[in-house]
Design a binder for this molecule. Structure first.
Ligand code: ADP
Ligand code: F6P
Length: 466
């Protein structure tokens, strides 16, 4: 079997159950690599005044991670700049927030080149290389320029937008052309795959379809949809841990006699947190008899703090949570508990387990693993109800959730009411179907279908059909 080299901006080391790592990519890759002896390469998250290219390598639980420090200016221009001020908003349909600065584009190219130059000497001829997410789209091009001939795959964890949105990006052609340097490009859902195909057919030089490949820029690219999952088995084990049980008891005690509604998200404008708070406010206004029966817990650790749009949404959420509690709280009850900190995975499992409703309402989301974690943590005999945004990639697979338009406080309020009133038999029926899907389409299935499609082109049809 070939060695697998995984490359991503963020690397989670060491890969131990229970660690605090926020973000779907790190969660999924730690789980995917746990049983695979490979190499995980990326940024250390640290910067130096001058780039050295020195690697810091460690091995734990069979996973070797190799990380490199970047330069101070790289953090501004590449990570905060092109990745999170330009591409992130654009890929999440927030063209109003997307900043176009030539310097960011230069920083993006420079860091991708630095990653390629640092990684190239570690690559052996039979290695499969699997690159992750929007930070590293041009990495294959940089590796090819250094003579790397290995099979290289790319997986996008976030949405791929409609071509009318993508074409607002200066330099969109070069970005897409760089994707044609891969052997295989994977998306989270069929919709994102179709949006990519539509872009290629309508905008790219020489773009034409052919079976499961796309032709453009004089090259042929295989593409597919590979929906990501969670490590459901590990989640089940974690639920039984002492920490999970302790957290479950703590949260149950704090919400005694009340139904707990829970939300867990990075503090990101794509997660629909303001709209969710407004939906909850609406629910409280419309249902005076239910007020003291519920408690909403929103966990939202701060993320990408140096980017203005993230500072602004944080300020708005502070004000909104204050307003809701000010309006409805009593001396012995406050409706909303809003917490800006990370929890260990086992603790999160314990929190989900107590909740009667999981409120997962991103405005756009590549997949959303929280929805799957919530389902995996439920008590089969008395499960909670998942309220899920139609615009999360997960909505395609999780049809038995209560699906809502996250932009509508009325729909969120209505779904909350319905979830809280739902009979146990219906809750069990919906949960069973959701849990089967979470178990079947887990992180191992995702990894195996992508890796086999990358290593073995003939198997791709099977992966796509699955
Ligand atoms: P994204 O990758 O955009 O952050 P996902 O929902 O796909 O969104 O993944 C988020 C991951 O981060 C989940 O595995 C979730 O458990 C984890 N996470 C989110 N909030 C917290 C938190 N407060 N503490 C620890 N982990 C968190
Ligand atoms: O899952 C999408 C994603 O952007 C990952 O690429 C990333 O690791 C995660 O969200 C968290 O973001 P960040 O690494 O910027 O904290």
């Amino acid at each position: 079997m070939s060695r697998l080299i995984v490359v991503s901006n963020r690397v989670s080391a060491p890969c131990v159950a229970g660690e605090e790592t926020v973000g779907g990519l790190a969660m999924a890759l730690s789980a995917a690599l746990r049983e695979y002896s490979g190499l995980w390469f990326g940024w250390s998250g640290k910067t130096l005044p001058v780039f050295t290219g020195d690697l810091n390598t460690q091995t734990l639980d069979g996973v070797t991670t190799a990380v490199v420090d970047l330069e101070d200016v790289d953090r501004d221009e590449y990570y905060n700049g092109y990745a999170n001020k330009t591409l992130w908003p654009l890929l999440h349909y927030r063209t109003d927030l997307a900043a176009y600065d030539r310097v960011y584009g230069e920083g993006y190219r420079r860091v991708n080149k630095r990653f390629a130059e640092t990684l190239a000497p570690l690559i052996e001829p039979d290695d499969l290389i699997w690159v992750h997410d929007y930070h590293l789209i041009p990495l294959a091009r940089e590796l090819r320029a250094l003579g790397i001939k290995n099979r290289i795959g790319f997986f996008l964890h976030v949405p791929w937008p409609a071509h009318q949105v993508l074409t607002t990006l200066p330099g969109h052609t070069q970005l897409v052309q760089a994707m044609f340097e891969y052997d295989l490009v994977g998306f989270q859902t069929v919709e994102y795959l179709q949006a990519f195909e539509e872009y290629v057919l309508s905008q790219a030089h020489g773009g034409q379809p052919s079976a499961d490949t796309l032709k453009a820029f004089g090259r042929v690219l295989r593409v597919g949809a590979f929906p990501i999952g969670i490590d459901a088995a590990d989640f089940g084990l974690m639920l039984k841990s002492a920490r999970a049980r302790r957290m479950r008891d703590l949260v149950a005690a704090a919400s005694v006699f009340r139904h707990l509604i829970v939300g867990v998200d990075r503090l990101d404008y794509s997660k629909g947190l303001e709209e969710r708070f407004l939906g909850f406010e609406h629910f409280l206004s419309d249902n005076p008899d239910m007020r003291r029966e519920v408690l909403m817990l929103q966990i939202a650790p701060v993320s990408r703090e140096s980017v203005e749009a993230y500072q602004e949404i944080r300020g708005r959420l502070d004000a909104l949570s204050g307003r809701i509690n000010g309006e409805f709280a009593d001396i012995d009850w406050a409706p909303l508990r809003y917490v800006n900190r990370n929890y260990r995975r086992d603790e999160l499992a314990g929190i989900y387990a107590v909740a009667r409703v999981g409120l997962v309402t991103p405005l756009r989301d590549g997949m959303n693993l929280v929805a799957k974690e919530f389902v995996a943590a439920q008590n089969p005999d008395d499960p909670g109800v998942l309220v899920l945004s139609r615009f999360a990639g997960a909505a395609r697979q999780m049809r038995e959730a209560l699906l809502v338009n996250p932009n509508s406080p009325e729909e969120i309020a209505e779904a909350l009411k319905r979830a809280l009133a739902m009979e146990r038999t219906e809750r069990i029926r919906r949960w069973r179907a959701l849990f089967d899907g979470v178990q079947r389409n887990d992180v191992t299935a995702w990894r195996d279908s992508f890796v086999s499609a990358l290593s073995n082109p003939e198997e791709q049809q099977a992966a796509l059909a699955g």
